[in-house]
Design a protein around this ligand. Structure first.
Ligand code: FAD
Length: 309
């Protein structure tokens, strides 16, 4: 069996694997797609001490760093069931391919995915003006016109954040009213360069083949369609943690995030979690790496307290 088995090969999983392996313990990483969300990212400018890099490059470096150590990397492996430790003290992980792995400690780092609008143009213009993360891509739209889709807390926070950088923000909400906290809505309405559209359903992202040029929305009251000319579109309709397979085994928040304490411990003994799949606020690469390192150190602590001498 493994001493530490990491599930997920994004920034959190890679950091956890490096920290665990450096303790000289038997470490494995099972991941569906090593690199995680970083593989889908174009430019990364907020990974501190690296002023600029690109997603695929960082993903390759994550893997290279893990391979410096004696880590068993099992790529293209989807976990589908976690079985808490029984009398043998080993947590079991069942994979989609039928195999089963056992480990004294497990670190869940399965990340998350942005909910998509599923409208024409969304996939085509992803990273070409269509973005999901204002902290990541906001500065690329300095002085430009952008829309934020979604009037919940994250959409309204994104609009307030972007309004300080870009020339103008159009916030588009499907429902008749915004769902964000009142204090955020008040702040939003006080900003001179924000327009709020409610009962508006985005139906298409427009572009010139190379980049976003606008969007089309349908007025859900009048029924007619309108065009907005834009340089960028930020989609903020939800971040879905990849934790469906853990329901009923590990305590999840109402949003499906794995509940952890400040050491990454979950509700199941010997099972830790880190990064975007957890309740940790602010989903970012540097945050995920810090969390992965913490969870590995906490898992090591758990091992030295529970393993026979
Ligand atoms: P992820 O990166 O999501 O990795 C999860 C891993 O788990 C993957 O290997 C996945 O294949 C695996 N996995 C999932 N389910 C299973 C399963 N059942 N079994 C086995 N493996 C599984 N952040 C920044 O800091 N700066 C940026 O510029 C930036 N830009 C971004 C741009 C885009 C387009 C996107 C989508 C995100 C961006 N982010 C950025 C956010 C950043 O990528 C995430 O916060 C970070 O990758 C989270 O790391 P993670 O390891 O927790 O999860």
């Amino acid at each position: 069996p493994f001493d530490v088995l990491v599930v997920g090969g994004g920034p959190a999983g890679a950091a956890a694997a490096v920290y665990a392996a450096r303790k000289g313990i038997r470490t494995g990483v099972a991941s569906e797609r090593f690199g995680g969300q970083v593989l889908d990212t174009m430019s990364i400018e907020n990974f501190i001490s690296v002023p600029h890099t690109e997603g695929p490059r960082m993903a390759a470096q994550l893997e290279q760093h893990v391979r410096e150590y004696d880590v068993d990397i099992m790529d293209l492996q989807r976990a589908e069931q976690l079985i808490p430790a029984g009398a043998d003290g080993l947590v079991e992980l069942k994979l989609e391919n039928g195999a089963s792995l056992k480990s004294k400690a497990v670190i869940l780092a399965t990340g998350a995915r942005w909910r998509q609008m599923n409208v024409p143009g969304e996939n085509e213009y992803r990273n070409k003006g269509l973005a999901y993360c204002p902290h990541c891509d906001g500065p690329l739209f300095k002085g430009k016109h952008v829309a934020v889709i979604g009037g919940g807390n994250s959409g309204v926070e994104a609009a307030i954040d972007l309004a300080g950088i870009v020339a103008h923000v159009t916030l588009i909400e499907f429902d008749a009213s915004l769902r964000a906290d009142q204090v955020l809505q008040r702040k939003l309405r006080s900003l001179p360069n924000v327009t709020v559209l409610t009962s508006a359903q985005t139906t298409e992202v427009l572009g010139d083949g190379a980049k976003v040029t606008g969007l089309v929305y349908r007025d859900r009251v009048g029924g007619d369609s309108h065009r907005v000319v834009l340089d960028g579109v930020f989609v903020q309709i939800g971040l879905l943690p990849n934790t469906e397979w853990l329901k009923g085994t590990v305590d999840l928040s109402p949003r499906g995030e794995i509940m952890i304490d400040d050491r990454g411990q979950t509700s199941v003994p010997g099972v830790f979690a880190a990064g975007d799949c957890t309740t940790v606020p602010y989903k970012q690469i540097v945050v995920a790496m810090g969390e992965g390192s913490k969870a590995a150190l906490a898992a090591f602590d758990h091992l030295i307290r529970t393993s026979a001498p």
